[in-house]
Structure formats: structure tokens, C-alpha cells
Design a binder for this molecule. Structure first.
Ligand SMILES: Cc1cc2nc3c(=O)[nH]c(=O)nc-3n(C[C@H](O)[C@H](O)[C@H](O)COP(=O)(O)OP(=O)(O)OC[C@H]3O[C@@H](n4cnc5c(N)ncnc54)[C@H](O)[C@@H]3O)c2cc1C
Length: 372
């Protein structure tokens, strides 16, 4: 740890939570945070450019990394463990390996950014009448909280109803009369009372403008954890409900309301009865736009007969809004075809040239990201 430089250098096999704990013990924050943090490794986080819940303030894994050590396909070691925040000496090799899913080389160590710990962290839950209102609330939150806004998650009514139905012990607030609910996190550098005042001013303004109909601010850490737990339980509640088709997409925040309205209509017209589970990191323009089979049918048969059709409808709509078919889950082998369909030929050509130059024998994670 170099506390004056605000950096920490770790081996790639370090579990994310151990890294967070080490930073915390020394009085710092390492802000990458996701539900898999107890088992995922920093090498995996960097190879997949993981996002998580605080991207709106601190960025993806890429934004938190200053340097890498990598074993190349030729068996050489590139020591790029620089703690430099400025280095304009040609191509950025570090950024090539981050997000490459192990297809260019093996990350063996990384130098990461540390941040000061906030003095207080408060969580609020707000009911909003529509996705457009959620986007308006996001704008107000940026204005009122500035860099304090560290989380902004949106959850559709149907997604929350699945949590309420399948995990009855979790009391889901305010969702019954609201099309969407939003979870906001304010990390304040001054004090808890300052954070609370800021939240109250933000929510008052939002109520006056009609983009929020009701809201609660967590009274303590236990309540805050409970609210986050509800958000993180949506994928599990979906699994309890049955088979579904998942999409992890990103669209410019300003266009998300239009995208959701248009894509909902396209799907409901093509496949009446499908149930749309919509939630995600709205602050980053990243939605988990999932499609649950109709309630009264055979979900396995629905997926067998319609999964490809649903994917085509959703990804074509994403493309028409200038979005990405994979915001944080990567490409792997599952989305090889989709990447070829949706990435421009120029971009694919450059990706293949890089792969060919760094790994001409296709030794590194073959069959992932690119067909070569
Ligand atoms: C419950 C859960 C919640 C999640 N939530 C989020 C979320 O909110 N945001 C988000 O972005 N992601 C999320 N993810 C996905 C998450 O980003 C990845 O699971 C995690 O970052 C990958 O780390 P890992 O150590 O598990 O890697 P693995 O799953 O083992 O590997 C992932 C890929 O990286 C490659 N790889 C692994 N280590 C290295 C290395 N050292 N060098 C080169 N390549 C390597 C592997 O070959 C593989 O292709 C979630 C996953 C789970 C299970």
C-alpha cells in the first residue's frame, strides 16, 4: 500500500472482499462492490471490467486500475505495475488487457486506486411514477448530491413484486402503487447530519416537481442493508419464479425511458403474456432487461420456442437506440454470435488484429469474445 499515492498493489488471485477489508483497515475505500465480492478475484474483476453498485461515482474496474502485471501468450512477463496517474507514452496496454476476458494474456497483479472513506453513507428509497420520472430524479440527484451520489438503482414494479412474493420475510416498501422504485446512496465527506439534510432537500424538491410520490430514508445501517438486500434479491426472486431470458444492456440514460416503452410494446405485441422484469444501474445507463415466460404456460417450452426471437427483438431495439448488448456481463462464448452481429465490421477488424498480434496461436482463452 502506498498511502501517499493512494494506491494498493495486489496479486490477481486476491478475493475482492479481502482487498476491500485491507483498504478499510488502513482507513481507505476501495469502491468496487458487487454481490460476488466474497468469491470473485481482482484478476477476474479486471478481466471482465466489472461494474457493480458504485460506478456512477467511481467508474468500472478499468477506472480503478492504474497498472497491471501480465503474462503474455509468449510466456513473457510485462511489468506495468505503475502507480502513475499520468503517462502519455504511446498505446495504453493496460486498457487492452482490462475487459479482454483473458483472451490476450493472463493478469497476475494490479495496482489499484484507493479513495478516502466517506464520513457517512445514507440510503433512500423513492417511489416514482415512470421511468422518465426516474431519469428526472437522477438529474436532480446529480445536482443536489454532486460527487456524493454513489448509487442510483431502478427497480420495476413487477421485479419488486417477485421479491415480495418469493421472499416474504423481506418487506418491500412503496412498490404497490408505483411503476418504479429507486434506491439512492449518498456518501458524504462531512457528516451524517449533512448527508441527511442533503437527502431531505433533494427529496422535497423531487416531491414538489412530482417525479417522486413517496420516499423513505434509512434510519440506520441495518435498514440501509435491508433496502440493498431487496435490490440484490431480484435475480434470485426471478429464479424462484421460473426460467427467464436475461439481457444486460446499456443505453444513454436520456434515451432509456423511450427504449423501455418501445421494447415493452414490441415484446408484448409479438409474445402476449410475457412478463417484463426491469431493474438495474440506471445511474450508469445499465438495465437488466429480462423477460419472464407467461405466468400460466410451460416456461421451459417458452424458452425453447422463443428465446432466440426475444433476443433478436431486444438486441435489435438496443441497436436502434445506439446501445450495447453487454454492459457488464461480457461476451464469453454465449454472446459470440451476438457480438459479430452488433459490433461494426471496422471495430471487429481492429479487435481481430489485436488478438492476432498478441496471441497468434490463439492460446489465451480460445473460443471467448472473438471467433478467430
Ligand atoms: C452474484 C453475482 C453478482 C454479480 N454482480 C455483478 C455486478 O453487479 N457488476 C458486474 O460487473 N459484474 C457482476 N457479476 C459478474 C462479476 O463481474 C464477475 O463474476 C467477476 O468480476 C469475475 O471475477 P471472477 O474471479 O469470478 O472471474 P471468473 O468468473 O473466474 O472469470 C471471468 C473471466 O475472466 C477471465 N479471468 C479470470 N481471472 C483472470 C486473470 N487473472 N487474467 C486474465 N483473465 C482472467 C476468465 O478466464 C473468464 O473469462 C456478478 C457475478 C455474480 C456471481
Amino acid at each position: 500500500m502506498d498511502t501517499a499515492n493512494l494506491t494498493l498493489t495486489v496479486e490477481a488471485g486476491c478475493i475482492l472482499q479481502n482487498l476491500q477489508d485491507a483498504a478499510d483497515k488502513a482507513g481507505f475505500l476501495f469502491p468496487l462492490s458487487l454481490a460476488a465480492e466474497g468469491s470473485c478475484t481482482i484478476g477476474g474483476n479486471l478481466a471482465t471490467n466489472a461494474g457493480g453498485t458504485q460506478v456512477v461515482r467511481y467508474g468500472n474496474a478499468r477506472d480503478l486500475c492504474l497498472g497491471l502485471e501480465v503474462v503474455t501468450a509468449q510466456g513473457e512477463v510485462w511489468n506495468g505495475l505503475s502507480g502513475l496517474r499520468k503517462d502519455n507514452t504511446g498505446y495504453d496496454l493496460r486498457d487492452l488487457f482490462i475487459g479482454s476476458e483473458g483472451t490476450l494474456g493472463i493478469i497476475t497483479a494490479a495496482t489499484l486506486k484507493l479513495y478516502p472513506q466517506p464520513a457517512a453513507q445514507l440510503t433512500a428509497w423513492a417511489a416514482v411514477p415512470s421511468m422518465q420520472h426516474a431519469v428526472t430524479l437522477l438529474g436532480l440527484a446529480h445536482q443536489h448530491l454532486g460527487a456524493g451520489l454513489t448509487g442510483f438503482e431502478v427497480m420495476g414494479q413487477f421485479a419488486l413484486s417477485l421479491v415480495a412474493k418469493n421472499f416474504k420475510q423481506l418487506r418491500v416498501p412503496l412498490y404497490e402503487d408505483a411503476a418504479f422504485c429507486v434506491l439512492l446512496e449518498n456518501s458524504d465527506t462531512e457528516s451524517e447530519s449533512h448527508a441527511r439534510e442533503q437527502f431531505e432537500r433533494l427529496l422535497e424538491t423531487a416531491l414538489e416537481q412530482g417525479c417522486v410520490t413517496d420516499a423513505v430514508v434509512a434510519e440506520n445501517i441495518a435498514q440501509a442493508h435491508q433496502l440493498w438486500h431487496i435490490r440484490e434479491s431480484i435475480p434470485l426472486a426471478q429464479a424462484e419464479e421460473g426460467l427467464n431470458i436475461k439481457h444486460d444492456i446499456s443505453i444513454a440514460v436520456s434515451r432509456i425511458p423511450e427504449f423501455v416503452e418501445a421494447t415493452d410494446a414490441i415484446l408484448l405485441q409479438a409474445l402476449p403474456g410475457v412478463r417484463l422484469v426491469n431493474f438495474g444501474h440506471l445511474g450508469d445507463g445499465n438495465l437488466h432487461y429480462n423477460v419472464q415466460a407467461p405466468a400460466d404456460g410451460d416456461a421451459a417450452a417458452f424458452l425453447r420456442d422463443h428465446e432466440e426471437e426475444v433476443n433478436v427483438l431486444v438486441y435489435d431495439s438496443v441497436a436502434s437506440f445506439g446501445g450495447s448488448i453487454s454492459a457488464e456481463h461480457g461476451v464469453g462464448s454465449l454472446k459470440l454470435d451476438k457480438l459479430e452481429q452488433h459490433k461494426s465490421p471496422v471495430a471487429l477488424g481492429m479487435m481481430r488484429a489485436i488478438k492476432q498480434a498478441l496471441d497468434p496461436q490463439n492460446l489465451m482463452n480460445p473460443g471467448r469474445v472473438l471467433r478467430v
